[in-house]
Design a binder for this molecule. Sequence first.
Ligand SMILES: Nc1ncnc2c1ncn2[C@@H]1O[C@H](COP(=O)(O)OP(=O)(O)OP(=O)(O)O)[C@@H](O)[C@H]1O
Ligand SMILES: [Mg+2]
Length: 466
Amino acid sequence: MGSKVQENALPRILVVDDDQKNVELMEAYLSPDYEMIPAYRGKEALEILEKEEIDLVLLDVMMPDMKGYEVCVKLKENENTQFIPIIIVSALSRRKDRIQGLEAGADEFLTKPIDQIELKTRVKSLLRLKELYDKNIAEKDLAKKYLETADVMLTVIDPDHKLKLINKKGCKIIGCEEVDFIGTDFFKTLIPERFREKEISDFDTFISGKVDGLDNFESPLLRPDGEERIINWHNTLLKDKDGKITGMLSSGEDITEKKRAEEALAKAEETHEKEIHHRIKNNLQIIASLLDLEASNFTDPRVIDAFEESRNRVHSISIAHEELYRSRDMTNVAFRDYVNDVTNYLYQMNDLQGKDIELSMDVEDILLNVDKAIHLGLILNELIVNSFKYAFPEGKGNISIAFHKKEEQFTFIVADDGIGIPKGIEIGKTNTLGMQLVNELVDQIGGNVHLNRSNGTEITITFKDR
Ligand SMILES: Nc1ncnc2c1ncn2[C@@H]1O[C@H](COP(=O)(O)OP(=O)(O)OP(=O)(O)O)[C@@H](O)[C@H]1O
Ligand SMILES: [Mg+2]
């Protein structure tokens, strides 16, 4: 254990001299600023130094049991005492004696008779050095301990891309020994090739000091065994006392497991959501079948008709859920597919035998929020069925569907070239359910509806993307 200058306690000075009077003189010179501990023999001094914390030694040379030089050498050889400053205080004043003392490891050589001011100054400056040294050691110890116990990976990369430091945790993540990597090119050895160029360029910009931060980013680390770990990095630049950049200190957290868990969770959620859409679809189809079943209890064609229309409405909603179930995306529907499915279904379900009704579609392939899609699906349902029912008394004609997005605006047009809606019938002003429904649904998506009667029936619905 090296001795330490304790806070609030006086520095402890060991005075080693076989002459009681000299010891007392030193005590008189230096107290009360220091705690003075006397020793009258070399051996006794060594014993005290073994047991107690001493901050500085004043050492006489000529003693009966051993020479001060010998005490000096012994202290400097022992790693517990080697950094305790030693001032040799001797009656010998020749150059040769001084050299011998300094060679034995003494920090200062003072000649008797001692000048009080000189002694005080020397003691003070040596203690100051010792204090700085102890502090430095303590800080280094702390830094070393931190490096070893930190639960994050710590690395230092120098401006030439060489790895200068890696801590225990870092080695554990990479699965290697520290010695395997110190001095190697960090990017060539530890960054997967597909990310290397980008990371080098980011690093070079950062290390040049031109950008503020290179922080909080995820990047994979390549282990020698080929496995990749995802690390979340925090970086700071290291600078020397002149402000010159000497490297980058990084702490990295291995988030591989966390990431995998997140992915698994997202996947599970997706499956769960899909499952929900699947069930909604099934339930809606059950409702549609029930409506069919109910209809068979009636003979009045108007009642049967009403049941059929309701069934169509339910079914077109179920198609939207079917689309969602099939796609990866749970909030958006591929609108073109959806329109296709709904119209196909309507063509199948409505009795079009002996009729020749052509369909043309110009629907942009865009993803549309499921709520809007369902609204438009129901609208489409009403309009197509109306065209089937009323537009073509001769049983022949064309229906067209168009859907486009321009800037933030969607336009949905359903048209037929039939006989046209009779004058006096306005969308939203009839007491029939179909047109009311259309009007209501358009309202719900915050859109506008416009009827153009110039050639058959053309209904244009516009709404915004929100
Ligand atoms: N494409 C069309 N061509 C000609 N007439 C139409 C067309 N669409 C609607 N009409 C006329 O407008 C009326 C109102 O339509 P609406 O859809 O509101 O009612 P419906 O079809 O009679 O009943 P519901 O839709 O409630 O079953 C229809 O009865 C029909 O006379
Ligand atoms: Mg109708």
